[in-house]
Design a protein around this ligand. Sequence first.
Ligand SMILES: *[C@@H]1O[C@H](CO)[C@@H](O)[C@H](O)[C@H]1NC(C)=O
Ligand SMILES: *[C@@H]1O[C@H](CO)[C@@H](O)[C@H](O)[C@H]1NC(C)=O
Ligand SMILES: *[C@@H]1O[C@H](CO)[C@@H](O)[C@H](O)[C@H]1NC(C)=O
Length: 557
Amino acid sequence: LIRVQSIHVCLLVCSFRTFPCAAVEVKNEPILGFNEGSPERAELQKALDDLKGKTEEIPCVVGDEHVWTKDIRYQLSPFNHSHKLAKFCYADKDLLNKAILASVAARREWDLKPIQDRAQVLFKAADIISGPKRAEILAKTMIGQGKTVVQAEIDAAAELIDFFRFNAKHAVELESQQPLDSDGSTNTMLYRGLEGFVAAVAPFNFTAIGGNLAGTPALMGNVVLWKPSDTAMSASYAVYNVLRESGLPPNIIQFVPADGPVFGDTITSSEHLAGINFTGSVPTFKRLWKQVAQNLDIYKNFPRVGGECGGKNFHFVHKSADVRSVVTGTIRSAFEYGGQKCSACSRMYVPDSLWPQIKQGLLDIHKQLKVGDPVEDWSTFFSAVIDDKSFARIKKWLDHAKSSPKLNIIAGGHCDDKKGYFVEPTIIESTDPQEAIMAEEIFGPVLSVYVYPENNYKEVLNLIDNTSPYALTGAVFALDKNVVDEAAKALRNAAGNYYVNDKSTGSIVAQQPFGGARASGTNDKPGGPHYVLRWTSPQVVKATHVPLKEWKYPYMG
Ligand SMILES: *[C@@H]1O[C@H](CO)[C@@H](O)[C@H](O)[C@H]1NC(C)=O
Ligand SMILES: *[C@@H]1O[C@H](CO)[C@@H](O)[C@H](O)[C@H]1NC(C)=O
Ligand SMILES: *[C@@H]1O[C@H](CO)[C@@H](O)[C@H](O)[C@H]1NC(C)=O
């Protein structure tokens, strides 16, 4: 209640442009515990039961129209692939072009609305997800994307709610950032949306990212074509419906599942393309960017291309490290959600003096990690990987590890896709720090370890910086203050999110705004205060109140 009131106070103050906006007070959404006997657990259990054996029908939505094309697809539950959770269809080129024109036509009116009105849509959506729709969206994320309760909660509830509330707050507060006035004239910065449409291409691994990719550009006055991930369809559709229920008008966000290349080809050949908000693989992102470059002559604007592509995140352990926190932090970072987070730790560097202890610690926990059905068994630590393609890719890495003389599997290594796409948590020791497994992204529950002579840590820092093309997250475990400082300098460009004595994952909106450079992406830090600026094209208005009477300058005599 206090929060809602403070938003209202601010809205009143903000409508007079000359008064700086009072700060909107927003807090991170509390994460619920789901302990036995809790009300949230009962609600979630009911939502999970409601989805059992069901197949939801999900159309494309353009404007208010529900459209079915002939190209039918299914979303399977990763841990029980005989369960078709959703039936949906791919938008074809014609439907995508129709969606583009309808959104471009709706843009002006939406962009002219006061930011406070658009922000209200996200504040309301956040409240609905926090309250009545929480259980449904969590259940769809668990069954559809194979998440455990806690992984669904930190994503589809907490992070999504935080993205909506904080970005809405940042958008409202942006209005108060105004240029200087001078004697006799007033200067105003108008934060317009981009002229044209934004294409949002979302990944499977975070329900929150889909909502944010589409929702934040819309908040800033843009119109959006949202291509949700095939393997996050059910939760994405639920989020889309919450946005509509919260007052988002038709045609502002078009919900258009589509084949990747068809979507890419269609949006990049429209003169109205104003921006791309992408999350996915490096090759796909490069393909889109090249298409934009090739078509540059047809666009009305220079499209803004931004995206996030992944990582090869490191845990660097110094001999002064606290062993227990290295072990627990690495288990969580490498294996939570089966390593399918771009921030997952997948390479670790350990001094030989600590390796026996750390190895034993990892193996002890490894024995207790349960991989299974997160709905039937709440003690499951992580579930199946997302789909058959992902399973096949990870299996290839496991086969590689089995056949390479430089690699030694010390735990796990098996996988089985009879019922679901299950891969064991796997720990591999590499005698070669440049082995491909230490450099390339795997995106599965696979951790590779290189053990170094403890006094060579300086070379190892250099090695970490140079082994992989990515630079997303990384962690340094050292209690020696000088080493912490030294590492921070050596690894300054190796990670966009850098952790000291903490695991490389688990960033929280507004606390650790997220993103990396190099091959990891354009580092836009969604969840930070600057992110909303990426989706605006400001106009500066100078209004002069004192008429200019003289054309000559005094020195001219
Ligand atoms: C898997 O899904 C099928 C089809 O919906 C269902 O019949 C079966 O009971 C499910 N298995 C489990 C273990 O939930
Ligand atoms: C689009 O959104 C994603 C995820 O929220 C973010 O990582 C990426 O940097 C964004 N791109 C731009 C241009 O803001
Ligand atoms: C989500 O997955 C995609 C691959 O589909 C990856 O590129 C991206 O970096 C991941 N994002 C996060 C936040 O885990």
